[in-house]
Design a protein around this ligand. Structure first.
Ligand code: GLA
Length: 389
């Protein structure tokens, strides 16, 4: 939990109390964990994430000039940048905020200068989408300071655009939509083509979602991610050449394209097999969750992980070990890597009564095997981004 009183004090001591803006306004946006449907959003398929009880908080006050002054607690760094939008690209945390200011302008929301204090307990690079939490909380803040309230889906799209076009990471829409539409005690079944979001209840009396962060990070994640996207686009081009009208891998099943894929160069067919079978798993998993068949849900998580490892090649030895250890423990229903991969965290669906011992045991076993202490914590499904004070 982030302590708001201490943040308010820090805001005042860093930025001073400006007479024109008074007390800063406070906004939050949650991180997310994806239960199933990985590397599917940019193929316009369905995903099943939940917003979690870890947030990025932004304290914000407007300024009279056209400068953004932003301090990040996590990075212990203050950045002051003019709102001239000329510095595109790069992954410095402040570019996400500047990118969001740019993207809001592109949808007709002109923002001016602001002082922003950012504090987050979503670990960066941990597969829990700290970047979308930063984008959405700062987007909400900047829009609100300048009198605008974009709809949730419009805000999510602007934040995705900031990451795609300003930062240079070609992410899909899952993370931003989850931060904007999260609902307490619910996962979200999202159609990444229509952007329709349907909350699916998570039975908190029977289930816990446990996140196990390996603490490993992969420096090449962004370039590998963009390469996977390009490989999927290549598959679509090959399918559309014989089946006009196919616009994304969501438009086909594996059974339909397997005969074609046999003639494609490696690894295009395997990439398409992951995406198309993963979409089928999401539908089956949502039905299992709604029907209370948690064993079936867990089996689908295991299949998803193996497909991400073998066909999509976005897992890592650490993630595979974390899944293998989890699958041997009491109370686990299913385990898989979550998020973009190449490091980061696994998500585990665990029977509620076994969750504490599962988390403790998983941490102990992983440390015994690797010498590295992972961060293993249960999380709750949380509400969407909002102004909180
Ligand atoms: C990252 C991206 C998302 C999604 C996942 C993989 O988190 O930001 O858009 O593609 O990877 O499912």
């Amino acid at each position: 939990m982030i302590d708001l009183d201490s943040l308010r004090l820090e805001f005042r001591s860093r930025f001073g109390g400006s007479p024109e803006s008074g007390e800063p306004r406070v906004f939050r946006a949650p991180g997310r964990v994806n239960l199933i449907g990985e590397h599917v959003d940019y193929n316009e398929g369905w995903v099943l994430p939940l917003a979690i009880d870890r947030d990025c908080c932004v304290l914000a006050a407007s300024r009279g000039d056209r400068r953004l002054r932003i301090h990040s607690r996590e990075f212990a760094e203050t950045v002051e940048i003019p709102l001239d939008f000329s510095r595109r690209g790069g992954h410095a945390w402040s570019h996400y905020v500047l990118g969001v200011a740019w993207a809001l302008g592109e949808i007709g929301i002109e923002v001016g200068g602001a002082d922003l204090l950012v504090a987050s307990d979503v670990p960066p690079g941990g597969g829990l989408s700290s970047s979308a939490a930063l984008e959405v909380s700062s987007g909400l803040a900047l829009a609100a300071l300048y009198g605008a309230s974009p709809g949730r889906t419009a805000l999510a799209r602007a934040c995705q655009r900031a990451e795609n076009e300003f930062v240079g990471m070609r992410c899909g829409i899952m993370d931003q939509l989850t931060a904007c539409w999260g609902r307490r005690n619910h996962a979200l079944l999202i159609d990444c083509r229509s952007l329709d979001v349907r909350p699916v209840p998570l039975d908190s009396a029977r289930l816990r979602v446990v996140v196990a962060d390996t603490t490993t990070r992969h420096a090449l994640a962004a370039s590998e991610y963009n390469r996977r996207r390009a490989e999927c686009e290549e598959a679509v081009r090959r399918i559309a050449a014989v089946r006009p009208g196919v616009a994304a891998l969501r438009d086909v099943t594996w059974e339909e394209i397997a005969p074609l894929a046999a003639a494609w160069p490696e690894p295009i067919g395997r990439r398409a097999r992951h995406v198309t079978t993963e979409i089928a798993r999401v539908h089956a998993a949502a039905a299992a969750l709604e029907g209370g068949d948690y064993e079936a849900f867990g089996r689908l998580m295991g299949e998803s992980h193996r497909s991400l490892d073998r066909d999509y090649e976005v897992s890592s030895p650490e993630l595979n070990l974390m899944v293998e250890l989890a699958e041997g423990l009491e109370g686990v229903l299913g385990s898989r890597m979550t998020g973009g991969g190449f490091g980061g965290a696994t998500v585990n669906l665990v029977r509620a009564e076994a969750a504490d011992s599962f988390a403790a045991e998983l941490g102990r076993c992983y440390e015994a095997r690797t010498g590295v202490r992972p961060r293993v914590t249960a999380c709750l499904a949380a509400d969407a981004a909002a102004e909180i004070a």
